[in-house]
Design a protein around this ligand. Structure first.
Ligand SMILES: [Zn+2]
Length: 159
């Protein structure tokens, strides 16, 4: 079965990241799509807006889809490489594929772990996904410092 165009899927996640930014939140977006690329759920990081550090874009998008009977044919697309928390949920549900915009800025060891477990992973090395978060972080380091993040942390600096 042909897979949906990864770039087209990433546009869905990026749109969510932009929405999060407009809401004053952390600009990370995600969507869960079916085998045809139809959106099952979408969402953005809600740490700031909802004061809940567990609201990652991926978990929000997966939750937005509601409970499914089978996740094997679904793809999770996210603007930033998934953390261990979100990657654990991918394994827990048996999501079949993950598409990532920015796997450069942060440790992608959890993505490697998904790949080794048989999850189809696609790294798009998308500049816009890198920039939207980097630009936000540059002006909101105090906000980010209050949020737990993956132990691997940033590739280009201290975690
Ligand atoms: Zn996460």
């Amino acid at each position: 079965m042909p897979q949906p165009d990864p770039r087209g899927l990433l546009a869905l996640a990026y749109e969510q990241a932009r929405r999060g930014l407009a809401e004053g939140g952390v600009p990370i977006g995600a969507a869960l799509v079916d085998a045809d690329g139809a959106v099952l759920g979408a969402g953005c990081n809600g740490n700031v807006q909802h004061g809940d550090f567990l609201l990652h874009a991926e978990t929000v998008a997966i939750g937005d889809a509601g409970a499914l009977s089978d996740y094997a044919g679904t793809t999770l697309v996210t603007t930033m490489t998934p953390c261990w928390y979100c990657s654990g949920l991918v394994r827990f549900l048996g999501i079949g594929a993950v598409v990532v915009g920015d796997s450069e800025s942060w440790s992608d060891e959890a993505l490697d772990w998904l790949e080794s477990a048989g999850v189809a992973t696609t790294r798009l090395h998308d500049r816009a996904c890198v920039d939207i978060f980097a630009d936000w972080l540059a002006t909101n380091p105090d906000v980010w410092s209050t949020l737990p993040s993956s132990a691997g942390g940033r590739k280009d600096g201290p975690g």
